[in-house]
Design a protein around this ligand. Structure first.
Ligand SMILES: [Zn+2]
Length: 182
């Protein structure tokens, strides 16, 4: 049987064989919120799995940044957060279950997570493209940044393995862990 992208791999972190290669890495919240003290989070934030409002004045949406994998049919998906302005956030909420939302133009925002293996991804400009109801928006970043270049050109299976080892084992300077889900 030929190898497919999500086949298992020998892990250089734990030296074991993992039977499956995770094809996503997600952040539970914007970094700014993950680093808040729990009681601040409680008093300052309203949230769902898909959005955050902080101090009634900062608005965040969760989306998918898809990176093609060279030689693979399936993209690697980063579950990340972007800011939205109040107007676009309100529209997003109003159209949450409305089929016409696929006609929305892309919204502009700023990436709200520092993605490991890249430098300075937080505050990168984003385009947030609404998809059909039930699907998180697609997020795009400029291709003058290495993350944007990877989004345009794709990454190798070796790079996916690098992400996978972080998903499966975390890293010492990451206090909240990464989730593996889209
Ligand atoms: Zn391992």
């Amino acid at each position: 049987m030929s190898q497919t992208i999500a086949d298992g791999f020998d892990c250089s972190t734990c030296k074991e064989h993992h039977p499956e290669l995770p094809m996503s890495m997600a952040f539970a919240s914007p970094d700014f919120i993950s680093k808040m003290l729990p009681w601040d989070q409680e008093s300052r934030c309203k949230s769902s799995e898909d959005w955050y409002i902080v101090d009634d004045s900062m608005f965040y949406i969760r989306g998918c940044l898809e990176i093609p994998v060279v030689g693979g049919g399936q993209p690697f998906v980063l579950g990340i957060w972007s800011t939205l302005n109040e107007n676009d956030f309100d529209t997003t909420m109003e159209l949450w279950t409305d089929p016409s939302r696929i006609n929305e133009p892309p919204y502009l925002g700023m990436l709200s997570n520092d993605i490991p293996t890249y430098t300075n991804t937080r505050l990168l400009q984003t385009k947030v493209q609404t998809r059909q109801s039930g699907e998180r928006p697609l997020i795009f970043v400029p291709d003058k940044h290495p993350l944007g270049r990877d989004q345009r050109d794709g990454i190798t299976r070796e790079k996916v393995i690098e992400f996978a080892q972080l998903v499966l084992h975390g890293r010492s300077d990451n206090p909240y862990g990464y989730l593996c889900e889209k």
